[in-house]
Ligand binder design. Structure first.
Ligand SMILES: NC(=O)c1ccc[n+]([C@@H]2O[C@H](COP(=O)([O-])OP(=O)(O)OC[C@H]3O[C@@H](n4cnc5c(N)ncnc54)[C@H](O)[C@@H]3O)[C@@H](O)[C@H]2O)c1
Length: 291
């Protein structure tokens, strides 16, 4: 498309604000919409002002967009109502993307007619999106291939590693939460305390994951051995279809994670959380430089 490309971000929270900065830094004109003026003020304060404007009114942000990324709270009814408005307010060429973590594209687009549903996709960014390369570009049952291809090109243009996901799922979250379910089951069953579950991951296969995917690893180990291991280990794995009892018990007791000062770990100070985040960013930055 000729000329400056235009992004509208709907929802100026953690993800929306970072996505606005990412696209503005890549030369896009970015408009950010949020009903909460304080969220908009935080976006403005973070800089990039020349390419970035903030709007309380949705229509002001989206009417001439080439791409809209919705990063509003993870609530299906809210997202459905936003996409009905977006279908009406945006030009026909504009690709409409949800950054939802797990809500299917089909659910988000449920109240939109077929002609507009063709341009609704998922773009699942990972936090922090300025640092983590991957974006899963998710094709819903009514999404057109043209919308997917257009999104892949736009995302690659701003430097992201964009992958076409051909069914309406978020594979990265399936993989990640399969591991979290098992980690919580090990704690619930009394096999290990939380600190030891994390230590096992961080001192073994966690070290390999950035260079060795699970399927490459299966090929290295050999598929016969993999099948033999699965015959024994798969029956032992959690098949829970509800959140873990230990997770729910902690929430009930007010241990909600770092925000409340405890979670699986008995105590989190603000300094410990800040130090962990700093180490994480430094580690990922170093790994990406070495690639
Ligand atoms: N936080 C993460 O690590 C992460 C990672 C990947 C995907 N996601 C997904 O991204 C989305 C946003 O997550 P977040 O962590 O940035 O949430 P957040 O709570 O930080 O931000 C949500 C923002 O949406 C605004 N909002 C509320 N109603 C709105 C409306 N009607 N229109 C526009 N904005 C509205 C809120 O005021 C808030 O500023 C969710 O769907 C989440 O599941 C989050």
């Amino acid at each position: 498309m000729a000329g400056e490309q235009r992004l509208a971000v709907v929802g100026a929270g953690l993800m929306g604000a970072a996505l606005a900065r990412l696209f503005a830094a890549a030369g896009w004109a970015v408009r950010v919409s949020d009903p909460d003026q304080r969220a908009l003020d935080r976006v403005s304060a973070a800089g990039g002002a020349a390419r970035l404007s903030t709007h309380r009114v949705l229509a002001e942000a989206v009417t001439d967009a080439d791409l809209v990324i919705e990063a509003a709270p993870e609530k299906p009814a809210l997202k459905q109502s936003l996409f009905v408005q977006l279908a009406e307010l945006t030009p026909a060429h504009c690709v409409l993307a949800t950054n939802s973590s797990v809500i299917p594209v089909a659910t988000v687009a449920a109240q939109v007619d077929d002609a507009n549903a063709r341009r609704i996709i998922g773009t699942h960014f990972w936090n922090p999106p300025e640092l983590i390369p991957l974006v899963e570009v998710i094709q819903g049952p009514r999404t057109s291939l043209a919308a997917i291809e257009s999104a892949l090109a736009m995302l690659r243009g701003v430097g992201k590693y964009a992958v076409h996901v051909r069914r309406d799922v978020v594979p990265g979250n399936r993989l990640q939460h399969a591991l979290w379910r098992e980690a919580m089951a090990l704690v619930d069953e009394g096999v290990c305390v939380p600190e030891d579950v994390d230590a096992i991951v961080k001192n073994s296969f966690g070290l390999r994951l950035a260079v060795l995917g699970p399927l490459e690893n299966a090929d290295l180990v050999g598929l016969e051995l993999t099948a033999d291991i699965h015959r024994v280990v798969l029956p032992q794995l959690s098949r829970a279809t509800e959140p873990s009892p230990g997770l729910l018990r902690r929430i009930q007791a007010g241990a909600r994670g770092v925000a409340s000062g405890s979670g699986f770990y008995a105590s989190w100070t603000a300094e410990q959380v800040a130090a962990l985040r700093t180490r994480l960013v430094a580690h990922v930055t170093r790994l990406l430089k070495e690639r």
